[in-house]
Design a protein around this ligand. Structure first.
Ligand SMILES: [Zn+2]
Ligand SMILES: [Zn+2]
Length: 349
């Protein structure tokens, strides 16, 4: 028996219990996954407390449920779908550069350019993988995969003369296409990196940004509806116990702060979607080499509001979309001031 076990029997038994837990649920041994699980549990509890307190205190809502069950049914549907969306988003991962590179280096992976009319996904060892190369530059063929296929492809997406070394990630040792960034939390290079969301425990980037947008949209709607129900209760139930009012007011204040934050987040991400930008690109615009020198109001990757929306909503899970850096000519065209004709013809769309 060790000295520690004699002095601290409770700690020893605690360690034994934790070891048993780790054996039953292996993911608990990882501190990052443990904190992510803790956050998921906290979010579930937060939702249940808000919903539970409402149905426990508000007799009028119970009465209304009996007369108009559809009202409560729609609310509960939103409640459940928000939680489901949260778990779907937190369980999703963005497109990783390493996976895209593996897909490119698969011998039978076929590249397709968005401008080409015939678009046929090709099968690879791991199922159907498509790499979309939206290039406005040289357009060299990269068919015929070799070990340097990925390097050639990445070089095609950057302006001529860019050195390969400047594009290599020092952590993954892989060439990064434009808009990719290494995430230190995930320890991987992420395509179209937006941010690493601690609340969801995953990175937001290409492939799951749309899921993230829907989650904050549903959460905002749920917060708004719950807030309305709380205010209705406080306004109608005058002869209630004081402690019930205190609890409801406290929860309403927290809910209002969360709602303001969610609304701003939703507006911010909607703006990013419409202009085809990421949070990282917007915040670090002056520090990202390929964005340095581009005027503030010019969105280099924007293809018009409609196309941006289509690309955002309709990107399939097995598809990697690699965007080329715009040429000087394209940037000049984008920075051209708007004329009356541009407004009439909806140039921004
Ligand atoms: Zn990396
Ligand atoms: Zn990450």
């Amino acid at each position: 028996m060790t000295i520690t076990s004699i002095c601290c029997p409770s700690r020893d038994s605690w360690n034994r219990t934790m070891d048993r837990c780790y054996r039953i649920v292996p993911c608990l041994s990882d501190p990052a996954r443990r904190s992510a699980l803790g956050l998921k549990f906290a979010l579930m509890m937060l939702h249940l407390i808000y919903g539970g307190v409402l149905f426990l205190f508000d007799g009028d809502l119970i009465e209304k449920t009996k007369t108009e069950p559809w009202y409560t049914a729609i609310y509960l549907l939103l409640f459940v779908s928000t939680l489901i969306q949260y778990f779907i988003t937190s369980g999703s991962s963005p497109g990783y550069v390493l996976d895209a590179m593996r897909a490119v280096n698969e011998s039978n992976t076929i590249f397709r350019r968005t401008s080409v009319a015939s678009k046929q996904p090709a099968s690879s060892k791991n199922g159907s993988v498509v790499v979309t190369m939206d290039s406005g530059q040289s357009g060299r063929s990269v068919l015929g995969s070799t070990a340097t296929s990925w390097t050639k492809l990445v070089m095609d997406l950057h302006p001529p003369g860019t050195s390969v070394r400047s594009l290599s990630c020092s952590y993954c040792n892989v060439e990064q296409p434009p808009r990719a960034k290494h995430c230190h939390d995930c320890d991987k290079c992420v395509l179209q990196f937006d941010h690493h969301c601690v609340w969801l425990g995953t990175c937001i980037g290409q492939g799951n940004h749309c899921k993230f947008w829907w989650y904050i949209c549903e959460e905002t709607a749920l917060c708004l509806w719950t807030g309305i129900l709380y205010i209705t209760y406080l306004k109608t139930n005058i002869s209630r116990a004081w402690w019930k009012s205190a609890i409801m007011i406290l929860l309403l204040v927290i809910l209002s702060i969360s709602l303001i934050f969610l609304l701003l987040l939703l507006l911010f991400h909607s703006y990013l979607v419409l202009t085809n930008q990421t949070t990282f690109e917007l915040v670090r615009r002056r520090r990202i080499p390929y964005l340095r020198g581009i005027p503030e109001r010019v969105y280099p990757f924007s293809k018009g509001i409609c196309k941006n929306l289509y690309n955002f909503c309709c990107v399939r899970g097995n598809e990697y979309s690699l965007e080329a850096l715009p040429t000087a000519q394209e940037l000049e065209e984008k920075s051209r001031p708007y004329t009356c004709l541009d407004v009439i013809t909806c140039r921004c769309c």
